[in-house]
Design a protein around this ligand. Structure first.
Ligand code: FES
Length: 179
């Protein structure tokens, strides 16, 4: 009877895909609300990595694009309610950027549900739980984004295109046409 050596034994099965969400939360409201949710034992899906920023207006569009480029399946931005921003109009700036980013992301084929802005005040721990769970469910339904893999594909396509442009006809082909 054939025996299986250790090197032939099947490795552990890859864990099932889980959505990865990056959340940029304003220090003064949504981050505090997330803290409150934790203290109040309001459990939410564990798929979110929270990054604290001082204001939703601090979130540069580059932060969002970098999160997607590095493998996030969704990005959540949380800020103070309109009129409550500690820096005056930071959250209005965030709204303008979110609108612009949704247009850019649409051009890249990224569904709008993958990038979301929510106003969540410091006392709204329950809203943090609801928003995170809802976003994880929506991104789960969309499936993995896989942008790092797509970037590698685009790089290969660009390299091949560049090669074609630099060498429009092979030397042999030129000779054959000249003959
Ligand atoms: S301080 Fe919270 S959004 Fe500006």
């Amino acid at each position: 009877m054939a025996t299986q050596t250790a090197s032939q034994a099947p490795g552990p099965a890859a864990p099932p895909w889980e959505p990865r969400i990056v959340a940029f939360f304003c220090n003064w409201c949504t981050y505090t609300a997330a803290d409150l949710a934790g203290v109040s034992r309001l459990t939410h899906a564990a798929n979110v990595r929270i990054i604290r920023v001082m204001c939703s207006g601090r979130v540069d569009p580059q932060f969002v694009l970098a999160a997607f480029a590095k493998g996030a399946d969704g990005v959540l931005l949380g800020g103070c309610h309109p009129g409550d921003c500690h820096y005056g109009e930071g959250n209005y700036k965030a709204v303008r950027r979110v609108r612009m980013l949704h247009r850019v992301l649409a051009e890249m084929g990224i569904a709008p549900d993958r990038f979301r802005l929510e106003w969540i005040s410091a006392s709204e721990g329950e809203k943090v739980r609801l928003v995170i769970n809802d976003m994880v469910a929506k991104v789960r339904a969309l499936g993995p984004l896989g942008l790092p893999g797509r970037f590698r594909e685009w790089d290969r396509e660009m390299a091949s295109l560049e090669h074609t442009l630099q060498h429009p006809l092979g030397a042999e082909e030129v000779g054959a046409h000249a003959g």
